[in-house]
Design a protein around this ligand. Structure first.
Ligand SMILES: [Zn+2]
Ligand SMILES: [Zn+2]
Length: 213
């Protein structure tokens, strides 16, 4: 098995968790032994989010999707954004808020759970009034946490440990863009994202009756 950041290996990760006997869990109760809290911070692409969400549903998994209201890359208020919210719920996923400090825009689109975007150490673990901060106990403990940030697993790709049920419980942070777009390095993956984004924007221009002849 090669630990690349591909859809194939993502499927293998999900299957590893099932093989290890883990149960999909959210941020509505303190983690219990056997819980796998699958979390996604969506920084760049709702399309990538939906692609990964469909793979999870296909594998019998569900997760919590943290979506931004102040993204520079996508608009949750657009028809694309509304469609993504609807589809994620239809597939049985949960939706939290990926907030840009210090603004918390919790409304009825979200469960009362927040993951800060690019948090600084000063507020990363601080309490948030009226909401769960996913980076606070009981949901966050360093030995019960893995993240794929920048295509660099600190502590390694967890698939072997999942199969062997070596985590009592785990919060697993997966950025969908890393797995949905191809690239051996983060730079290459971002180039793939930008190519796809350009193509999608050209399509939107056509849709808006811009003459591209
Ligand atoms: Zn792996
Ligand atoms: Zn983020």
């Amino acid at each position: 098995m090669s630990c690349d950041f591909s859809l194939e290996h993502y499927r293998e990760l999900l299957r590893a968790a099932s093989a290890g006997g883990y149960r999909w869990a959210g941020f509505d109760h303190a983690p219990e032994p056997g819980d796998l809290l699958l979390r996604h911070d969506v920084d760049l692409s709702l399309g990538a989010a939906l692609l990964i969400a469909e793979v999870e549903a296909d594998e019998g998994a569900w997760s919590t999707w943290f979506l931004m209201t102040r993204s520079s890359f996508y608009n949750l208020d657009s028809s694309e954004g509304e469609g993504a919210l609807t589809r994620l719920r239809e597939l049985g996923h949960r939706i939290g808020h990926h907030a840009v400090y210090p603004d918390v825009d919790l409304d009825d689109r979200f469960d009362p759970v927040v993951a800060w975007h690019n948090p600084d150490p000063e507020f990363m673990h601080a309490e948030i009034a009226g909401a769960v901060n996913v980076m606070r106990p009981p949901f966050f403990e360093p030995t019960h946490y893995r993240s794929d940030s920048n295509q660099n697993w600190r502590g390694g790709c967890p698939h072997d440990e999942l199969v062997r049920a070596e985590f009592e419980w785990l919060q697993l942070l997966i950025h969908p863009e890393i797995w949905a777009f191809e690239g051996e390095t983060m730079r290459e993956t971002m180039e793939s994202f930008l190519d796809a984004d350009r193509a999608a924007r050209l399509e939107r221009l056509r849709h808006d009756r811009i003459d591209l002849s």
